[in-house]
Ligand binder design. Sequence first.
Ligand code: 7RM
Length: 651
Amino acid sequence: MAEETITSMLEERRKFAPPRNETAHIASMEQYAQWRARFEADREGAWRELALEHLHWQQPFTRVLNRERPPFFRWFEDGYLNVSENCLDRHVAAGHGARTAIIWEGEPGEVRRISYAELLAEVCRAANALKQLGIEAGDRVVIYMPMIPEAAVAMLACTRIGAVHSVVFGAFSAQALRDRIEDAQAKLVITADGGWRRGAVHDLKSKVDQALDGGGNSVRHVLVVRRGGNKVAWKPERDLDWQEVLCVESDVCPPARLNAEHPLFILYTSGSTGKPKGILHTTAGYLLWARLTMLWSFDFHAGRDVFWCTADIGWITGHTYSVYGPLACGGTTLMYEGVPTFPDPGRLWQICAAHDVTIFYTAPTAIRALIKAGDEWPARHDLSSLRVLGTVGEPINPEAWMWYYTVIGQRRCPIVDTWWQTETGGHMIAPLPFATPTKPGSATLPLPGIEADVVDGDGKSIAEGGGLLVIREPWPSMLRGIWGDEQRYLETYWRKFDGRFYFAGDGARRDEDGYIWIMGRVDDVLNVSGHRLGTMEIESALVAHEAVAEAAVVGRPDEVKGESICAFVVLKQGTPDEALRQALKRHVGEVIGAIAKPDEIRFAEALPKTRSGKIMRRLLRDIAAGREIRQDISTLEDAAVVRRLLEDQQG
Ligand code: 7RM
């Protein structure tokens, strides 16, 4: 099987690659080697050429990279440009105003197609509305919305005037929303009454009301899109109806002239402490890489491809590959509002067939759920328009890879396994679909310009074997920091190797062909269904409950979700029964959101700790997974605790 996957199928697949633009697409390993050589010979020269060719500059930059104060790198810093102009005006001016920018399907089944000209007009109206509400360049706007076109409009409207958006995933709780609003000191929240999920309207506006209850926050207005049609409470001095506000605005709004390093957005992601990190991305570097990776790792051709990334815009994947990447390329992106298995497990494939999707991008967790649902579902739909399949979010197991390749791609679509992070802005390690021979389960090789490496604890490169994943050179779409917390930025990503290179937090292995295999997080971050959750975040939520004295949260391997959440809870009051278990799960759901609800809660008398008081998570992980304990427990404060936990297991 391995041999077959690696070479012969590549020839077969090349038939499905459209003719390509030599400077934009990479069609062979020779070309890939040329690009790598080009970067090696003159790294800044290569980035300069790409940035000038691929972005529209109001004022071109002269300086490529400022490395005066590492790791605070600055890219293209004397250039000026506008993201929305690059995503919209540029394509309309090139004669593509009538081309479809967004195809949207609502969960109940309605379809909207929005052309580039229409999207530009709508973004201008929204940008003018933001100005009317007193939003200026640099102000923060929180976007808390379902997957509807207005979410993309809101993001682009922010970029048009230089406001900094912070999208908060619509399934997050009122409290999580409040924390993010406060941390960013947002002036405006853009939301919807509700959106459709699993056949019912999921209320959003009431969660915004709850988040803002009690006042004392920086928010002056809430702009509400009517989508769900559900009844909502209304504060006339604060709340505004999106349609009413936009319809009186002009559809002309000149794109603001923004510096290349102007903050573009903040996106919160879980770290290993209770407090989420506001990852900051800036204008030019992020956009350049969003566009280049569309072309390189998806082989995206504007005007021919219909690209569907199934991620919600609340995640970085949705930012880069549902909105900015496809639009920066002038292509067509598909957005779907609802649950992928509603009304039946064939929904995704029905959408692919209905809209002739050519490139499909999803997470291994979704693939595994679809495998479970059975092959009859994809068999009911014509999937012949597909030509490239992508995966992201966690390591994909070879079985799921092969199913994706054979059942969905019908052995004609390359699988691009893309490794990257919120912090990296776009793909870092990924195959070039019509060039790189793939191996199921490996993200293969770094993209041109990316110096990914596997190193040992001292930072020494490991030619073959396991170690830590690092990036040796700055790249344009790298995070610029953590909002309001310079120290944490240095600590989390740079201290481990004394500022010499970026530490990704993942373990990885390099094989005999130099291919990289991602092994998963080495810190205390869980990956549940491709979503990053901090163990500390869930623990903080649990101990905030009156019955809980102490809690430790670990991941347990899960066939479908990648990891499931197992919480060990020590009570200070109450009875360790099913009712309390349910109450604690509900509580976590309220504090963080449904995706953080523990799958299992185990009551314990005490938690196993080292003598210095550190919870032995590795041990708990073994216990949660039902693995044999091979660890030395003599370092524990109280070894009897472990014995009792193990006895519980058997009983
Ligand atoms: C895009 C995204 C990042 C973490 C990362 C890894 C894991 C992502 C892959 C992967 C194996 C992949 N951003 N991860 N992609 N592991 N193979 N192709 O997921 O910030 O939410 O998470 O996800 O652990 O560090 S993220």
